[in-house]
Design a protein around this ligand. Sequence first.
Ligand code: COA
Length: 331
Amino acid sequence: MTRSQFLGTGMAVPEQVVTNDDLSARMDTTDEWIRTRTGIQERHWVREGETGADLARAASRRALEMAGLEPAALDAIVYATSTPDHFAPGNGVFLQRMLGTGPIPAIDIRTQCSGFVYSLSVADAWIRTGMYRHILVVGAEVQCTGMDISTQGRNTAVIFADGAGAAVLGPTDDPDRGILAFDLHSDGTYAEKLWVDSPGSMYHPRVSHQQLDEGRHFLAMDGKEVFRHAVVRMPESVAAVLAVIGASPADLKLLIPHQANLRISEMVQKSLGLRDDQVYNNIQRYGNTTAATIPIALDECVRAGRVSRGDLLAFTAFGSGFLWGSVALRW
Ligand SMILES: CC(C)(COP(=O)(O)OP(=O)(O)OC[C@H]1O[C@@H](n2cnc3c(N)ncnc32)[C@H](O)[C@@H]1OP(=O)(O)O)[C@@H](O)C(=O)NCCC(=O)NCCS
């Protein structure tokens, strides 16, 4: 039976580093508050002119290089982002143009923090059915241009950040390798708990001066509500995806949780009974890069030699939607 496996990974973050002290100079917050509540020490934000597609291109080139493939060898692009460079078209086509692939399919997945897990499920299905062979899966975000960088927006401005991660997937017939199972969910009851209201096609016009004055184009979050659900849904989903393959958390070599908040990751770890060496976190250095957190973390683990062939891995994500899910795989 054909499965999909990872052939290469890559990541890229903007050059500009923004520390907690940099934020304290712009809003009423402190390094101590941010570290204690979120674990974040610094993050990267784009400078004017730098785009999400630029970050995606850099991450993709590294993933292609590791895979030993030229862009021309790609059969499809699946691009997860909640912050496309434009309202339309999606960012997949900009990446397709930049990489100079053939005229291959390029789709955007709009499932925010869960974007990379959902994108893997699409790429995996395409590969298993034999529809496409080599698929570039990207998670990339530019959050800093959509946040209120003032005291009023401090509950999101200190958390979200910019970056990109990429992976090249291809088919394998090895029964001991590849993507094994997914667990995917949504609950739209909470759609407004973490969202960007405007611009929206329900408004005439899609964005108005009044909406801008009211700050409705900024990312808005009910942090407590997100926290409350994330710490239940993520462990529940990891347990569920492992149950599908007859495994338990103890069997995991590595869990990469979406880097929402270090406190959330710690609670997920505790509730699954995992040791420190079984969970990877890097939110301290990058903040929450939404769809990019998992592929960035994966690339760091791969390049640091934290995963070996045959290891059981799981990724889990929760966020805006609410949407959440997990994937289990053997490296
Ligand atoms: C955002 C989060 C850290 C806030 O922590 P919290 O304890 O819930 O804080 P609250 O939002 O209730 O705010 C508590 C106080 O801190 C203040 N505050 C919020 N952000 C602050 C900041 N950056 N610096 C200083 N004070 C801040 C609030 O204004 C509030 O003040 P008040 O009591 O005078 O009204 C927390 O809710 C969280 O991590 N939620 C999950 C967020 C997340 O992971 N999102 C991504 C999901 S993909």
